[in-house]
Design a protein around this ligand. Structure first.
Ligand code: GLP
Length: 242
């Protein structure tokens, strides 16, 4: 079932999203959380850090799995998602580094690394709550348009549009990696609960397509309407197209 929660602005969206994670951790301190990067979840992470500092939550028993990582960027590279997570969340909380997982974009054997990542998720008992964002072309994780819905963790070649959209984090477009490792659409659909965050007017058209459009591999996010437990939290800017 798809539930839409409306936030008046990005700040409220971030607080609402953080509350979902706080509730999950309160009910299940050893929850397995699926985490996302990009601009959208940044303030949600700030809200989680505040909740941790106020002793409302602890991550001591939690496990996290990130959706994706660039190929060939070292975790110490400021543009890697490993660095992003460390900077925006992990260094501020009590999550054990052993329980914080990201796909390995530096493996000499990427296919084996993808399989190993899947096994880790399975061993942890699957993902209880997966946070996702959405790209301007409808991608989720780094699953670009026309990725088969049954695809599992894999290496992808990034769309030119995605590289351009993410170039704002890099010195220039040439510095944006051409490939990434991402959980597949199937992995995302296997999470017990999905939380999609959509913020800002620039996402109005994608949210409109998601809500009113058909399910099609041309628009990867369209699959989430088949998930039994999905919540979209969107702010007024993103909702302006509905
Ligand atoms: C990136 C990430 C996605 C993210 C998307 C939207 O490409 N791989 O996981 O959801 O872009 O990012 P943003 O929140 O910055 O718009």
């Amino acid at each position: 079932m798809l539930t839409m929660e409306k936030a008046k602005d990005y700040t409220e969206l971030s607080e609402m999203a953080a509350e979902r994670i706080i509730t999950k951790l309160s009910q299940k301190p050893d929850a397995v959380l699926g985490l996302a990067t990009g601009s959208t979840p940044e303030d949600m992470y700030d809200a989680l850090i505040k909740a941790y500092e106020l002793k409302r939550i602890s991550f001591a028993e939690a496990t996290t799995f990130n959706l994706d990582e660039y190929v060939d960027l070292d975790p110490s590279d400021e543009n890697s998602y490993a660095y992003y997570m460390y900077h925006h969340l992990f260094r501020h909380i009590d999550l054990s580094p052993d329980n914080a997982h990201l796909p390995n974009g530096k493996s000499a054997d990427p296919d084996a690394a993808c399989q190993a990542y899947e096994q880790l998720i399975e061993k942890a008992g699957g993902i209880d709550l997966q946070v996702i964002g959405i790209g301007l072309n409808g991608h989720i994780g780094f699953n670009e348009p026309y990725t088969p819905f049954e695809q599992r963790t894999h290496v992808v070649e990034l769309d030119e549009t995605t590289r351009k959209a993410n170039a704002r984090f890099f010195p220039d477009l040439d510095a944006v990696p051409t490939h990434a490792v991402t959980m597949g659409i199937q992995n995302i659909m296997e999470s017990k609960e999905l939380l999609l965050l959509v913020a800002g007017e620039q996402k109005a058209a994608v949210l409109e397509r998601l809500v009113y459009g058909d399910k099609t591999e041309a628009f990867p996010a369209s699959i989430i309407k088949d998930h039994p437990n999905v919540t979209i939290i969107a702010d007024q800017g993103a909702l302006s197209g509905l």
